[in-house]
Design a protein around this ligand. Structure first.
Ligand SMILES: Cc1cc2nc3c(=O)[nH]c(=O)nc-3n(C[C@H](O)[C@H](O)[C@H](O)COP(=O)(O)OP(=O)(O)OC[C@H]3O[C@@H](n4cnc5c(N)ncnc54)[C@H](O)[C@@H]3O)c2cc1C
Length: 335
């Protein structure tokens, strides 16, 4: 039996598991995906790659800033740009108003997750579907009948709706109410890869990233290849607005959705006319709309159950990191 099972290998789960393990706890981290990172995601493409989830890290507080400095020292992160452009709803491009460092990983955002998870015991490709109380802890189950895992305590490091599906029958009404109260927006990402012959056209682009403010279709446009040390071909990442995602999330033909997003950016990149590849990803839980003020939740149960994630205190990587750290501190203080 493990002392702690952490469900969800996004930044919150990885941070929590790493801190507990470094304090000498026996920890296992389980994720439904094969890879690590959750929304900190990189898509491998022929000859290149793109971050289709988290675009950059921008520290606000000292703890997260110190962690970023550690990642810079380890060669995982570097300053990508000092300013992000903005696009108004009527399509007017504005230069950055302030100069602050935005960090990105030249090898892709998942290199951050791999760095965090390097010494952890991780079980991938395992969707946890149920937990049941035992005499001294919890049994975790998945659809795979061969899978069986027990732990004294469980930390859910998933969006709250995904935790509720598993834990609802085990937790008190107040905890159910808090978990149910957090709403997430959805998002659709299109990745466009252009031919190597377009590299000069990309070099002429004067921005690295654009926040689209109250735009009907777009939320973000990134020249993602500019994060790489020696890019050989241009790669653009386009994220939809929440309204666009609501309208098209369940549309059957992803190619049409991707093309709509790429068509919307043509006025900004007139020299990049014909992508050689467009890929699309749908995010069912993109950003918490009404995060809780608490850094984590505890359920009133016989054996300990905790809930953490970006939605505890914010809706960015920094809040996920702080949430994972805080719940780990709580578990260590209790033991
Ligand atoms: C398109 C997009 C762009 C973004 N850009 C930025 C940005 O530029 N900067 C920034 O700071 N933030 C950004 N964010 C937000 C950021 O991605 C999140 O705040 C952060 O990554 C959340 O981390 P987390 O660990 O809380 O959750 P997640 O990353 O969602 O991790 C949860 C994990 O739980 C796993 N899981 C869920 N249910 C189960 C189950 N039943 N069994 C097993 N595993 C399960 C999932 O597979 C996932 O790996 C962006 C988000 C999106 C979607």
């Amino acid at each position: 039996m493990f002392e702690i099972a952490v469900i969800g290998a996004g930044i919150a789960g990885l941070t929590c598991a790493q801190k507990l393990q470094q304090a000498g706890k026996s920890v296992v981290l389980i994720d439904k995906s094969r890879g690590l990172g959750g929304r900190l995601a990189t898509r491998r493409l022929a000859g290149t790659h793109a971050d289709h989830g988290v675009c950059y890290l921008q520290p606000k507080g000292d703890l997260f800033r110190a962690w970023i400095a550690e990642l810079v020292a380890a060669g995982i992160l570097r300053v990508w740009t000092e300013g992000i452009h903005s696009l108004s709803s009527d399509g007017i491009l504005q230069p950055p108003t302030k100069s602050v460092p935005y960090y990105a990983a030249p090898l892709g955002a998942t290199s951050i997750a791999k760095y965090l998870g390097r010494d952890l015991e991780i079980i991938g490709d395992k969707l946890i579907t149920a937990i049941s109380l035992m005499e001294h802890g919890w049994r975790l189950s998945s659809k795979d009948p061969e899978f069986s895992l027990t732990a004294e305590q469980i930390v859910f490091a998933t969006p709250p709706a995904q935790a509720l599906v598993i834990a609802k029958t085990q937790i008190d009404p107040a905890c159910i109410q808090q978990l149910s109260s957090v709403q997430f927006s959805r998002s659709i990402t299109a990745i466009a890869v252009y031919p190597t012959t377009d590299q000069n056209a990309a070099a002429a682009i004067t921005w690295q990233g654009i926040h689209c403010i109250e735009h009907p279709t777009l939320a973000w446009i990134g020249l993602d290849s500019s994060k790489q040390l020696n890019p050989t071909q241009p790669v653009l990442v386009v994220q939809s607005s929440a309204a666009f995602a609501e309208q098209y999330f369940d549309a059957p033909d992803l190619a049409i959705i991707g093309q709509k997003l790429i068509d919307a950016i043509v006025p900004l990149v007139p020299a990049l006319t014909q992508p050689e590849l467009i890929q699309v990803h749908r995010w069912g839980y993109a950003f918490a709309q009404n995060p809780l003020s608490e850094r984590f939740l505890t359920a009133q149960t016989i054996a300990p159950l905790y809930f953490c994630g970006d939605w505890c205190g914010g809706n960015r990587v920094e809040s996920a990191y702080l949430s994972g750290m805080t719940v780990a501190d709580k578990i260590l203080n209790n033991s």
